[in-house]
Design a protein around this ligand. Structure first.
Ligand code: AHG
Ligand code: MN
Ligand code: MN
Length: 343
């Protein structure tokens, strides 16, 4: 299917249907999940765009399972996604960064064959200062017996994902996702309330231009990580210096690097020995997207999508972006050479 956007208007609904038709065995359940996520994204976007005018800024005066102070928009985004998807009969359970345990489908609603894992609002620290934030999502098939989803359904390696993507609430609101058939970006036209195909078949430039890392932790990194960052900065004479861009919202940093080429690094450090980002609903979905765009993702020693999760909210060091830059990380941190699916 070739689209000559932005001249031809291709809504996300049309695109999803046309992608579904490529799979005769498709039941339409996965398409339904994507429709519902697009609706939730529009609702969250509408709130984010008016943050500061409606009572949605600031802290919700509650801590989440991560021990982080929940922002009102964290809670709103979480509730919006749960309510948009809990009754459609396509999911058997959900898991959210903001909820300690898995979220069951309410009694009275039919259970489906998929699980949704999500970070309802990524970059919460940026909400009150009007810096882009996002939503990240991952879909896997149910693998346990019985109708209701279980923790085991959530703890699958990222290579088992059937869909993954993110929404960035930036200068425009974009939804970017993959179902294993490439990566496609849709921009919300608020004047008609539709996500329109604006970035078909995204491929990540390689090598990358941008380095995204919070180097205030440099004193807590081990020597190989320090050497790696010197390499990216062109300080060891092995490569041209990369431009450092760090927003503090993973989705915003990832999206810029996906379109412009680059690498996002969140190494382990003394403060966070397993890194800060969560495997199931941050690293895995973005690793699936980046591999489908020709990039790669590692924790420094293993391909992210091959890691077997053990806990719902487990953290993982993350190096994700242009393949040659991620391979440099693997080489210097003692990891395996990556042969990402989308390469
Ligand atoms: P979340 O708001 O969902 O908790 O995610 C915040 C994450 C991620 O978005 C960002 O890249 C990272 O925290 C920034 O961490 P530091 O402030 O430690 O750099
Ligand atoms: Mn996050
Ligand atoms: Mn979050």
């Amino acid at each position: 299917m070739v689209y000559n956007t932005p001249t031809s208007v291709v809504t996300i609904d049309r695109f999803i249907i046309e992608q579904e038709r490529l799979h005769p065995e498709a039941t339409g359940e996965l398409s339904g999940i994507l429709y519902d996520l697009a609706l939730a994204a529009k609702i969250i976007s509408s709130k984010v765009r008016r943050a500061g005018l409606v009572d949605i800024l600031g802290s919700a005066e509650a801590e989440n399972v991560q021990g982080e102070m929940q922002q009102k928009l964290d809670v709103f985004a979480n509730e919006t996604i749960v309510k948009a998807l809990d009754h459609g009969g396509r999911l058997c359970a959900m898991a959210s960064e903001e909820v300690p345990d898995i979220i069951p489908i309410p009694d009275g609603f039919r259970c489906g064959k998929y699980c949704l894992l999500f970070d309802p609002l990524d970059g919460s620290s940026n909400i009150d200062v009007n810096v882009p934030v996002g939503t990240v999502f991952s879909v896997v098939r149910k693998i346990t017996r019985g109708a209701r989803g279980e923790l085991e359904d959530m703890l699958q390696p990222g290579r088992r994902q059937v869909a993954a993507g993110y929404v960035i609430y930036g200068s425009s609101t974009m939804l970017v996702y993959t179902t294993g058939q490439g990566v496609h970006g849709f921009t919300l036209d608020p004047s008609i309330g539709e996500f329109l195909l604006s970035h078909p078949n995204i491929r990540i430039p390689d090598p990358g231009r941008y380095l995204s890392v919070n180097d205030s932790y440099e004193q807590h990194w081990d020597e190989p990580v320090k050497a790696l960052m010197r390499r990216y900065r062109g300080l060891d004479g092995e490569r041209k210096a990369m431009s450092v861009r760090y927003v503090g919202s993973l989705v915003a940093d990832f999206h810029r690097n996906l379109l412009g080429g680059g690498i996002f690094c969140y190494p382990a450090n003394v403060k966070s020995p397993q890194g800060k980002l969560r495997l199931l609903y941050e690293a895995n979905p973005l690793a699936f997207v980046v591999e489908q765009a020709g990039g790669a993702a590692t924790d420094g020693t293993r391909r992210i999508l091959d890691i077997h999760p053990t806990e719902l909210h487990q953290r993982i060091p993350l190096y994700v972006g242009s393949k040659s830059d991620v391979d440099t990380a693997s080489a210097m941190l003692g990891g395996e050479k990556l042969t990402g699916v989308g390469a």
